[in-house]
Design a protein around this ligand. Structure first.
Ligand SMILES: [Zn+2]
Length: 163
């Protein structure tokens, strides 16, 4: 979706002509229950031509795939013998067992939950995404860094630019 009706909010070009009220009304059209159904929402700014032409080396997809495969393998072993294939579709019972977080992560989750006015559904999604981030990090326990990253992927819960 666009960040505002004209599509240029926060764009370095400064071309956005929307009033704060207009942006607020626009964002409010997307209901919370709808947003709750997405695991991840992040803000991406428009790509500039120079960036497209930039030949600077980034991590090759093949390397990223290796990490993803590894995390997938951890999950298929974790859910062996069940109808679950990955963290995204765990049931309530599995949730309790696999979403183990340390004390620091617990504190972080609590403050994010309160400050962002998270719903129970959003809370579940954050923890499941954090579980996957922990898997990518080869960590049995979900740590505060994993929670922090997962919370960053809920940018529309924060709706910071519409306020
Ligand atoms: Zn705009």
């Amino acid at each position: 979706m666009n960040p505002c009706p004209c599509g240029y909010f926060n764009d370095p070009s400064g071309k956005c002509t929307c009033t704060p009220q207009k942006i607020h009304n626009y964002l409010n059209k997307i209901s919370g229950p709808l947003l709750d159904r997405f695991d991840i929402h992040i803000e991406v700014s428009a790509v500039k031509f120079d960036e497209l032409r930039d030949k600077e080396q980034t991590e090759p997809s093949a390397e990223i795939k290796k990490r993803v495969d590894k995390a997938r393998k951890i999950q298929s072993e974790r859910y062996k013998g069940t109808s679950t294939s990955c963290n995204a579709n765990i049931n309530a019972e599995q949730f309790e067992k696999v979403c183990i977080i340390d004390d620091e992560a617990e504190q972080m989750l609590k403050s994010a939950f309160e400050s962002m006015g998270m719903t129970a559904r959003a809370y579940d999604r954050v923890l499941k995404v954090a579980r996957t981030i922990a898997d990518l990090d080869n960590s049995e326990v979900i740590k505060s860094d994993h929670i922090l990253e997962a919370v960053q992927y809920r940018s529309l819960d924060r709706k910071y630019w519409g306020k």
